[in-house]
Design a protein around this ligand. Structure first.
Ligand code: G6P
Length: 472
């Protein structure tokens, strides 16, 4: 039987070291939460890093064994690899560049070398596992070289690649010293998927300008092979969020929160700690809202969840300080004995508690500076069973291409964002329901299962087409 081998840097389960033992927890981020629902189907396997540095062979064997029952195969990274590959090239070179934060990017030859070596390590792990009939589906910017490495070892393999972050304009890509190698790495796949048509267009332009390969109708001719490129906006496991929001636990949590907050209305913000998410700008916009419209003071609070992420990378640590300072200052300036403007949580929440926050919130702020897709926007939509609630969405999130019934804003325009919050708070209920209903229909239909199915069908088609061409 043929299987799909999913390969990503991070597994959907991460291992944490506590004082006495190792514990297993769900990973954060769009990739893990989005794909988490589909990989168990039909005997698929997921290959990736379990998120911690294992100390010895015993520990390694224990983790391997625990993950095996859940169809996961760990790739262990050494401490220098975590530093140079993960924190270094992946998150200090590629992440800032692809999110239009070039000013934060570093260009270290040693980080590049670690990136090549770790991609090679993943390649060996996949080759040890994959049968000739299996489909290999590689994910995200940490593994851009992997498709070509696999192709070289297995010229006939079926290889798909999906990028979960934006693919930026050629002007940003051209700055990277290793730009050609990165594009060639991706072109080892049979099919390359992006969240939006815009990202795909940027990719085709980079391939044409840097490698000289032309394309027609999303089909790149590399000379040796044909590679298909297409846009597949990723969805969520819609029913999972509907059920979580309807669960007894979520209802109970919500009741407790409501009582604690008394009559105060809630605006919600949930992100990983990341400068691409526009968290500091959002806080300034909230402050502007209560400055411009003092009538909202004591009436509205912002609940802001920031999930810890990559805090060993300097820019992330600096952002954490900036947020701490901003929240402290705004709260100190405006709070009253009975009202806290911003309820700030720096930790992750289990699904039921997240669901209760989605239930509680009248407005969700999803206002990244750049975001490949942003699944929080879709999770909020899925959780609003009564059809009420307003989504404020950045025009620079991939999700804005689909969720046009949100209030779409430019996240750098603090004034516009403050006005959008005001508009959301006064929006009549029937307009809320009209907008929310339209978004729910879309998010329900183009869920993560439909997304994976479409990608797989297209991948099978690209393979069939290659065979036909080869035998003609
Ligand atoms: C984004 C990326 C994922 C990544 C996630 C969490 O969603 O696209 O590839 O796994 O962030 O980041 P982390 O560095 O913790 O894996």
């Amino acid at each position: 039987m043929s299987r799909t081998i999913i390969v990503s840097n991070r597994l959907p389960t991460k291992v944490l070291r506590t004082e006495e033992s190792l514990t297993f927890q769900a990973s954060e981020g769009g990739l893990a939460t989005g794909l988490g629902s589909i990989y168990r189907q039909e005997g698929n396997v997921w290959v990736g890093w379990p998120g911690l540095f294992v100390e010895d062979a015993n520990e390694e064997a224990y983790v391997r064994e625990q993950l095996r029952d859940d169809s996961m195969v760990p790739v262990f990274l050494t401490e220098p690899e975590i530093r140079d590959f993960y924190e270094g090239f992946s998150n200090s070179t590629l992440w800032p560049t692809f999110h239009y934060f070039s000013q934060y990017a570093t260009y270290e030859q040693s980080h590049w070398e670690a990136y090549v070596a770790v991609n090679e390590k993943f390649c060996q792990a996949v080759l040890a596992l994959a049968g000739l009939e299996d489909t290999i589906w590689v994910h995200d910017y940490q593994l851009l070289l992997l498709p070509a490495m696999l192709r070289q070892a297995r010229p006939e393999a079926t290889i798909g690649f999906f990028l979960h972050i934006p693919f930026p304009s050629y002007e940003l890509i051209r700055v990277l010293p290793w730009r050609k190698e990165l594009l060639e790495g991706m072109l080892g796949a049979d099919l390359l998927g992006f969240h939006t048509f815009g990202y795909m267009r940027h990719f085709l332009s980079a391939v044409s300008q840097l490698l000289g390969f032309s394309s027609q109708n999303g089909q790149i001719e590399t000379g040796a092979r044909t590679v298909l490129v297409d846009a597949f906006p990723m969805g969520i496991d819609y029913e999972r969020y509907v059920q979580a929001a309807a669960s007894e636990a979520a209802v109970q949590h919500e009741a407790v929160y409501r009582e604690a907050l008394r009559e105060v209305r809630v605006i919600l913000s949930i992100d990983r700690l990341d400068y691409s998410k526009g968290i500091a700008q959002r806080l300034r916009a909230f402050e502007l809202l209560i400055q411009r419209y003092p009538e909202w003071r004591e009436q509205v609070s912002l609940i802001m969840v920031v999930v810890p992420s990559r805090d060993q990378v300097a820019q992330y640590a600096a952002l954490k300080e900036e947020i701490d300072e901003l929240v402290g200052r705004i709260n100190a300036q405006y709070r009253t004995i009975t009202w806290t403007p911003i309820h700030y949580f720096y930790r992750s929440f289990p699904l039921e508690e997240l669901a209760s926050l989605y239930r509680l919130a009248e407005v969700a702020l999803v206002t990244p500076m750049r975001d490949g897709m942003n699944l929080v926007a879709k999770e909020f939509v899925a959780s609003k069973a009564d059809g009420r609630g307003v989504l404020i969405l950045s025009e620079r999130a991939g999700a804005a291409r689909e969720l046009s019934d949100a209030l779409i804003i430019n996240p750098t325009d603090t004034g516009q964002l403050a006005e959008a919050m005001h508009d959301a708070l006064v929006m009549p209920e029937d307009e809320q329901q009209l907008r929310m209903g339209a978004m729910q229909a879309l998010v329900r239909q183009y869920n993560v299962f439909a997304w994976a199915k479409l990608f797989m069908a297209r991948l099978a088609y690209s393979k069939m087409k290659q065979h036909t061409l080869a035998t003609e």
